[in-house]
Design a protein around this ligand. Sequence first.
Ligand code: NAP
Length: 186
Amino acid sequence: MTTKYFTATSLDGFIATEEDSIDWLFPLGDVNETSYPQFISDVGALAMGSSTYEWMLRHSEKVATETGSAWPYAQPTWVFSSRELPAVEGADLRFVKGDVRPVHEAMRAAAGSKNIWVVGGGDLAGQFYDAGLLDEIMVQVGSVTLGKGKPLFPRRLTRPALELLSVRQVGTGFAELHYRVPSVVG
Ligand SMILES: NC(=O)c1ccc[n+]([C@@H]2O[C@H](COP(=O)([O-])OP(=O)(O)OC[C@H]3O[C@@H](n4cnc5c(N)ncnc54)[C@H](OP(=O)(O)O)[C@@H]3O)[C@@H](O)[C@H]2O)c1
């Protein structure tokens, strides 16, 4: 069981525009040609911040057209927010706030032998990293730059550096990078 931050990013390190748009992402390639289908089949629990969740709410019709359901995940999902947010009918959602450690514990229990997916955003992934709970980062680096936007991972992680496990080209639109996050002792 590992905890993975799996996301797409622009080449200059943004996962969405400042206005939370990811329209730039879809023309870059077919998600089925990436490692996503294999990845999601091994996921037992998801965590996301409220901007990511609210994107799903705003785009529920598009999501339903593409996946057959307004909420595409069968796995339980923990949504981090300090606010009260509407639920999606039929989705297994748990709204939480604050310290990621007890939430991670609950996610681990629910996921069993499967992996935990930190969907985003970058700071939430950073909170799991800060708590020593992030094992891997898998990024699809899109062949675009955004100039500014929502950051991929707003942390200074230099020593020890990430360990690059694999690199894969997906057409001309993506380079998939898979990293192990080093454990910091002490
Ligand atoms: N490129 C991709 O593949 C990809 C992947 C994932 C997401 N995205 C997009 O990227 C954007 C990410 O947005 P974002 O950077 O703002 O991140 P986010 O994690 O989606 O949302 C951040 C918000 O979540 C809440 N939050 C985070 N940690 C919390 C905690 N410990 N306790 C309570 N609340 C907490 C806070 O808002 P409140 O307390 O006010 O609710 C915070 O402002 C979204 O537009 C999303 O759609 C893109």
